[in-house]
Design a protein around this ligand. Sequence first.
Ligand code: TYD
Length: 216
Amino acid sequence: MLNRNKLNKGGFLITFEGIDGSGKSTQIKKLQNLFKKKKIKNIYFTREPGGSEFGNKVRKLLLNDSNINFTNESQILLLLASRFEHYNRFILPIIKENGIVISDRFQDSTYAYQCGNNKKLYDILKYLNYSLFRNFEPKLTILLDINPKLAVQRINKRNKKNLFDKKTLSFYKTVRKNYLKLAREKKRIKVFDASLNKDLLFDNINKIITKEIDKR
Ligand code: TYD
């Protein structure tokens, strides 16, 4: 059971990660509805790219403008600029006021999507991450893991697709591999089987988030 008295003791960030088609949005929506139903305050939902006015512009630029072909380096710079705004103007002030922020994607997406298996890109990201955010990390990351074949089938059923949704199966295989590698290195990342029935999956996710909140 979520202990309401503990909702104002120390803020933190929880993130959701996973390849496109892993069902993040559905799970986050369920969490939002549950918190609303329980009238739980002091929990704020956000997403990346986005989360600030500038971030929303970057989102449009990266996801909708099919005429521009950005290098991975430029994508990293744009995403980090947007993250820096999001972090300083939204995430940090809430955490300082002991609130909880739940973000649909954060720093792990940039590693998994933009770096591929390229050490040079990873070094750039690592250096910039440290320069901008020091050692800041989410307290807990829910990684929705799914076979890319199944994910692509799900994406193809959607009406609205973004630029990343048009990537190939091999691209998503690399992204998934990067996520799983990160999960082996970082204890905060908890891997969930996203091919499970969505209600069962939600029960599992809800348990771990409630535990994290109650730990405070
Ligand atoms: P998402 O919000 O999951 O897409 P949707 O609009 O379908 O819910 O994510 C948008 C896309 O942005 C997704 O394909 C992954 C990509 N992305 C990156 O490549 N790197 C990043 O650092 C972030 C935050 C997102």
